[in-house]
Design a binder for this molecule. Structure first.
Ligand SMILES: NC(=O)c1ccc[n+]([C@@H]2O[C@H](COP(=O)([O-])OP(=O)(O)OC[C@H]3O[C@@H](n4cnc5c(N)ncnc54)[C@H](OP(=O)(O)O)[C@@H]3O)[C@@H](O)[C@H]2O)c1
Length: 162
């Protein structure tokens, strides 16, 4: 078909799977943001409404999709109300699930892989990445520095979106 959905999650978490605090990222890591930008530019990013509010604007050079239960319009963004709507998209490239916790929880079964930044330091948090290690296997470490390691994880059995 040439339009098979390739869905990946991309996330940064601390050793306890903290991903956020007070609807913000608990850390400021320019190198991780740079890699996020490199990986997602030219592709489609899908996020929960709270994560969109936290970022505050559509991210440039990417197709921005926001999942919400509300009937809202957001300039520069496509709004969807159900993940299944992703099947109807005419799209090129990869779909990246970029968070937050609610959307990761919803979408992980359909994700082929995860680009996972694991920070070395602990942070205070109020949202956590869901448990995933039973369903995914670590394929390879693709980057490491003093602050974090980036590892590619592969879903043992990704589900089709239905
Ligand atoms: N470390 C990372 O890599 C990373 C990445 C992204 C985000 N974050 C952090 O994660 C936190 C936000 O995560 P979160 O879990 O609170 O919120 P979220 O997943 O970003 O957004 C939740 C919202 O998504 C919508 N939603 C959820 N399930 C839905 C469904 N089944 N159908 C339709 N819409 C649905 C609802 O929007 P409505 O209320 O509008 O209906 C819900 O309030 C922030 O702290 C952010 O900084 C961290």
């Amino acid at each position: 078909m040439g339009n098979e959905l390739k869905i990946h999650a991309i996330v940064a978490m601390d050793p306890s799977q903290v991903i956020g605090y007070g609807n913000e990222l608990p850390w400021h890591l320019p190198e991780d943001l740079k890699q996020f930008k490199q990986r997602t530019t030219g592709h489609t990013i899908i996020m929960g409404r709270k994560t969109f509010d936290s970022i505050g604007r559509p991210l440039p050079n990417r197709r921005n999709i926001v999942l919400t239960r509300q009937a809202i319009n957001i300039s520069g963004v496509e709004v969807i109300h159900d993940l299944c709507e992703l099947r109807e998209l005419k799209h090129n490239g990869t779909l990246f699930i970029i968070g937050g916790a609610e959307i990761y929880r919803l979408a992980l079964p359909y994700c082929h892989g995860i680009y996972l930044t694991r920070l070395k330091q602990e942070y205070n948090g109020d949202v956590y990445f869901p448990d995933f290690e039973g369903n995914f296997v670590a394929k390879q470490d693709i980057f490491e520095n003093d602050d974090f390691t980036v590892t590619q994880w592969i879903n043992k059995k990704p589900q089709p979106l239905d």
